[in-house]
Design a protein around this ligand. Structure first.
Ligand code: 5GP
Length: 213
Protein backbone atom coordinates (compact mmCIF):
# COMPACT_ATOMS: atom_id res chain seq x y z
CA UNK A 1 0.00 0.00 0.00
CA UNK A 2 1.31 3.43 -0.81
CA UNK A 3 2.18 5.43 2.30
CA UNK A 4 1.39 8.77 0.71
CA UNK A 5 -2.05 10.21 0.25
CA UNK A 6 -3.53 10.97 -3.17
CA UNK A 7 -3.41 14.49 -4.61
CA UNK A 8 -6.88 15.28 -5.96
CA UNK A 9 -7.85 18.32 -7.96
CA UNK A 10 -11.54 19.14 -8.00
CA UNK A 11 -12.78 21.77 -10.44
CA UNK A 12 -16.20 22.76 -11.59
CA UNK A 13 -18.28 25.69 -12.71
CA UNK A 14 -19.65 28.00 -10.10
CA UNK A 15 -22.78 26.34 -8.82
CA UNK A 16 -21.60 22.82 -9.60
CA UNK A 17 -21.91 21.99 -5.91
CA UNK A 18 -18.23 21.03 -5.58
CA UNK A 19 -17.91 22.81 -2.25
CA UNK A 20 -20.84 20.86 -0.79
CA UNK A 21 -19.44 17.56 -2.06
CA UNK A 22 -16.15 18.31 -0.29
CA UNK A 23 -17.89 19.31 2.94
CA UNK A 24 -19.95 16.11 3.05
CA UNK A 25 -16.96 13.98 2.15
CA UNK A 26 -14.84 15.45 4.92
CA UNK A 27 -17.62 14.95 7.46
CA UNK A 28 -17.84 11.31 6.51
CA UNK A 29 -14.20 10.27 6.08
CA UNK A 30 -11.27 11.37 8.18
CA UNK A 31 -8.39 10.79 5.76
CA UNK A 32 -9.03 13.83 3.56
CA UNK A 33 -7.44 17.27 3.93
CA UNK A 34 -8.61 20.37 2.08
CA UNK A 35 -6.03 22.87 0.93
CA UNK A 36 -6.89 26.50 1.73
CA UNK A 37 -5.88 28.81 -1.13
CA UNK A 38 -4.52 32.31 -1.10
CA UNK A 39 -6.45 34.89 -3.10
CA UNK A 40 -6.45 38.59 -3.89
CA UNK A 41 -10.24 38.72 -4.15
CA UNK A 42 -12.21 40.36 -1.34
CA UNK A 43 -13.95 38.14 1.20
CA UNK A 44 -17.66 37.44 0.64
CA UNK A 45 -19.95 37.85 3.62
CA UNK A 46 -19.30 35.00 6.04
CA UNK A 47 -15.91 34.06 4.59
CA UNK A 48 -13.16 33.76 7.16
CA UNK A 49 -9.41 34.30 6.88
CA UNK A 50 -7.59 30.95 6.93
CA UNK A 51 -10.83 28.96 6.67
CA UNK A 52 -12.17 29.78 3.21
CA UNK A 53 -9.09 31.56 1.89
CA UNK A 54 -5.97 33.40 2.96
CA UNK A 55 -6.94 36.88 1.76
CA UNK A 56 -3.86 38.71 0.48
CA UNK A 57 -3.02 41.97 -1.30
CA UNK A 58 -1.61 41.69 -4.79
CA UNK A 59 1.80 42.70 -3.43
CA UNK A 60 1.71 39.95 -0.78
CA UNK A 61 0.55 37.44 -3.39
CA UNK A 62 3.40 38.33 -5.74
CA UNK A 63 5.84 37.87 -2.86
CA UNK A 64 4.47 34.35 -2.31
CA UNK A 65 5.05 33.61 -6.01
CA UNK A 66 8.61 34.99 -5.88
CA UNK A 67 9.45 32.98 -2.75
CA UNK A 68 8.27 29.77 -4.44
CA UNK A 69 5.57 29.25 -1.79
CA UNK A 70 2.85 28.34 -4.29
CA UNK A 71 2.35 24.95 -5.86
CA UNK A 72 0.35 26.62 -8.65
CA UNK A 73 -1.52 29.87 -9.22
CA UNK A 74 -3.80 31.45 -11.79
CA UNK A 75 -5.73 34.60 -12.52
CA UNK A 76 -9.48 34.07 -12.49
CA UNK A 77 -11.83 36.88 -13.56
CA UNK A 78 -9.37 39.56 -12.46
CA UNK A 79 -8.09 38.06 -9.19
CA UNK A 80 -5.16 35.82 -8.32
CA UNK A 81 -5.69 32.46 -6.65
CA UNK A 82 -2.92 30.07 -5.57
CA UNK A 83 -2.24 26.91 -3.57
CA UNK A 84 0.27 27.14 -0.69
CA UNK A 85 2.71 24.29 -1.24
CA UNK A 86 3.92 23.45 2.30
CA UNK A 87 0.57 22.31 3.70
CA UNK A 88 -0.16 20.08 0.71
CA UNK A 89 3.21 18.30 0.92
CA UNK A 90 2.95 17.87 4.68
CA UNK A 91 -0.52 16.33 4.49
CA UNK A 92 0.34 14.01 1.59
CA UNK A 93 3.32 12.70 3.55
CA UNK A 94 1.06 12.16 6.57
CA UNK A 95 -1.05 9.86 4.36
CA UNK A 96 -3.97 12.26 3.83
CA UNK A 97 -5.74 12.57 0.49
CA UNK A 98 -5.37 16.25 -0.27
CA UNK A 99 -8.09 18.06 -2.21
CA UNK A 100 -7.35 21.21 -4.20
CA UNK A 101 -10.53 23.01 -5.21
CA UNK A 102 -9.10 25.06 -8.08
CA UNK A 103 -9.92 26.28 -11.60
CA UNK A 104 -8.82 24.61 -14.82
CA UNK A 105 -5.59 26.50 -15.59
CA UNK A 106 -4.18 25.72 -12.14
CA UNK A 107 -5.44 22.14 -12.42
CA UNK A 108 -3.52 21.53 -15.63
CA UNK A 109 -0.35 23.02 -14.20
CA UNK A 110 -0.67 20.67 -11.19
CA UNK A 111 -1.06 17.74 -13.60
CA UNK A 112 2.06 18.70 -15.55
CA UNK A 113 4.13 18.96 -12.35
CA UNK A 114 2.55 16.02 -10.54
CA UNK A 115 1.32 13.54 -13.16
CA UNK A 116 0.08 11.24 -10.39
CA UNK A 117 -2.54 13.85 -9.35
CA UNK A 118 -6.14 12.91 -10.14
CA UNK A 119 -8.20 15.59 -11.86
CA UNK A 120 -11.97 15.52 -11.35
CA UNK A 121 -14.39 17.94 -12.99
CA UNK A 122 -17.89 18.44 -11.55
CA UNK A 123 -20.79 19.81 -13.56
CA UNK A 124 -24.30 20.79 -12.64
CA UNK A 125 -27.00 19.05 -14.71
CA UNK A 126 -27.32 21.97 -17.19
CA UNK A 127 -25.77 25.30 -18.26
CA UNK A 128 -28.91 27.24 -17.22
CA UNK A 129 -28.49 25.73 -13.77
CA UNK A 130 -25.04 27.39 -13.46
CA UNK A 131 -26.54 30.86 -13.90
CA UNK A 132 -29.52 30.02 -11.64
CA UNK A 133 -27.25 28.91 -8.82
CA UNK A 134 -24.99 31.97 -9.17
CA UNK A 135 -28.03 34.27 -9.02
CA UNK A 136 -29.51 32.38 -6.07
CA UNK A 137 -26.27 32.76 -4.11
CA UNK A 138 -26.77 36.51 -4.38
CA UNK A 139 -23.15 37.35 -3.56
CA UNK A 140 -22.13 38.73 -6.98
CA UNK A 141 -23.32 41.59 -9.16
CA UNK A 142 -24.95 40.88 -12.55
CA UNK A 143 -21.72 42.04 -14.20
CA UNK A 144 -19.57 39.56 -12.26
CA UNK A 145 -22.08 36.78 -12.94
CA UNK A 146 -21.89 37.54 -16.68
CA UNK A 147 -18.06 37.43 -16.50
CA UNK A 148 -18.14 34.12 -14.61
CA UNK A 149 -20.54 32.63 -17.20
CA UNK A 150 -18.20 33.67 -20.04
CA UNK A 151 -15.29 32.18 -18.10
CA UNK A 152 -17.23 28.92 -17.62
CA UNK A 153 -17.74 28.71 -21.38
CA UNK A 154 -13.94 28.75 -21.83
CA UNK A 155 -13.27 26.34 -18.95
CA UNK A 156 -15.14 23.52 -20.66
CA UNK A 157 -12.30 23.49 -23.21
CA UNK A 158 -9.88 22.15 -20.59
CA UNK A 159 -12.10 19.34 -19.36
CA UNK A 160 -10.95 16.75 -21.89
CA UNK A 161 -7.56 16.80 -20.13
CA UNK A 162 -9.15 15.77 -16.82
CA UNK A 163 -9.27 12.18 -15.59
CA UNK A 164 -12.90 12.06 -14.40
CA UNK A 165 -16.15 13.88 -15.04
CA UNK A 166 -19.05 13.88 -12.58
CA UNK A 167 -22.52 15.34 -13.08
CA UNK A 168 -23.61 16.42 -9.64
CA UNK A 169 -27.30 15.69 -9.47
CA UNK A 170 -27.90 13.77 -6.23
CA UNK A 171 -25.42 14.96 -3.60
CA UNK A 172 -25.06 11.73 -1.60
CA UNK A 173 -24.34 9.79 -4.80
CA UNK A 174 -21.73 12.32 -5.90
CA UNK A 175 -19.97 12.06 -2.53
CA UNK A 176 -19.73 8.28 -2.84
CA UNK A 177 -18.62 8.43 -6.47
CA UNK A 178 -15.89 10.88 -5.57
CA UNK A 179 -14.81 8.72 -2.66
CA UNK A 180 -14.63 5.64 -4.89
CA UNK A 181 -12.45 7.49 -7.40
CA UNK A 182 -9.97 8.18 -4.59
CA UNK A 183 -10.13 4.65 -3.16
CA UNK A 184 -9.48 3.08 -6.55
CA UNK A 185 -6.60 5.46 -7.13
CA UNK A 186 -4.95 4.02 -4.02
CA UNK A 187 -4.96 0.68 -5.88
CA UNK A 188 -3.36 2.07 -9.05
CA UNK A 189 -0.18 0.14 -9.81
CA UNK A 190 1.75 3.41 -9.99
CA UNK A 191 0.82 4.07 -6.35
CA UNK A 192 1.96 0.63 -5.24
CA UNK A 193 5.47 0.33 -6.62
CA UNK A 194 6.91 -0.07 -3.10
CA UNK A 195 4.63 -2.99 -2.42
CA UNK A 196 5.60 -4.61 -5.71
CA UNK A 197 9.29 -4.22 -4.80
CA UNK A 198 8.66 -5.71 -1.37
CA UNK A 199 6.86 -8.68 -2.89
CA UNK A 200 9.75 -9.26 -5.29
CA UNK A 201 12.11 -9.33 -2.32
CA UNK A 202 9.83 -11.72 -0.44
CA UNK A 203 9.81 -14.04 -3.45
CA UNK A 204 13.59 -13.92 -3.70
CA UNK A 205 13.87 -14.81 -0.01
CA UNK A 206 11.31 -17.57 -0.38
CA UNK A 207 13.16 -19.10 -3.33
CA UNK A 208 16.47 -18.89 -1.43
CA UNK A 209 14.95 -20.69 1.52
CA UNK A 210 13.63 -23.41 -0.76
CA UNK A 211 17.07 -23.83 -2.36
CA UNK A 212 18.68 -24.25 1.06
CA UNK A 213 16.24 -26.98 2.09
P1 5GP B 1 -14.31 31.90 -5.94
O1 5GP B 1 -13.96 33.34 -6.16
O2 5GP B 1 -15.70 31.59 -6.47
O3 5GP B 1 -14.10 31.46 -4.53
O4 5GP B 1 -13.30 31.05 -6.83
C1 5GP B 1 -13.17 31.30 -8.21
C2 5GP B 1 -12.43 30.14 -8.86
O5 5GP B 1 -11.10 30.09 -8.38
C3 5GP B 1 -13.06 28.78 -8.57
O6 5GP B 1 -13.11 28.05 -9.80
C4 5GP B 1 -12.10 28.16 -7.60
O7 5GP B 1 -12.10 26.75 -7.70
C5 5GP B 1 -10.78 28.74 -8.09
N1 5GP B 1 -9.70 28.68 -7.09
C6 5GP B 1 -9.80 28.76 -5.75
N2 5GP B 1 -8.59 28.62 -5.18
C7 5GP B 1 -7.70 28.45 -6.19
C8 5GP B 1 -6.28 28.22 -6.24
O8 5GP B 1 -5.57 28.15 -5.25
N3 5GP B 1 -5.72 28.09 -7.48
C9 5GP B 1 -6.44 28.15 -8.62
N4 5GP B 1 -5.81 27.98 -9.78
N5 5GP B 1 -7.79 28.35 -8.61
C10 5GP B 1 -8.40 28.49 -7.42
Amino acid sequence: MSQNGILIVLSGFAGSGKGTIIKELMNKYDDFALSVSATTRSPRPGEEEGVHYFFRTEEEFRRMIDNGELLEYANYVGNFYGTPKAYVMEQLQAGKNVILEIETEGALSVKSRYPEAVLVFVMPPSVDEIENRLKKRGTETDEVIAKRMRKAATEIEAVDKYDFLMVNDVLSESVELFNSIVRSQHMAVSNNLDRIDETKKEFAEYLNRKKEN
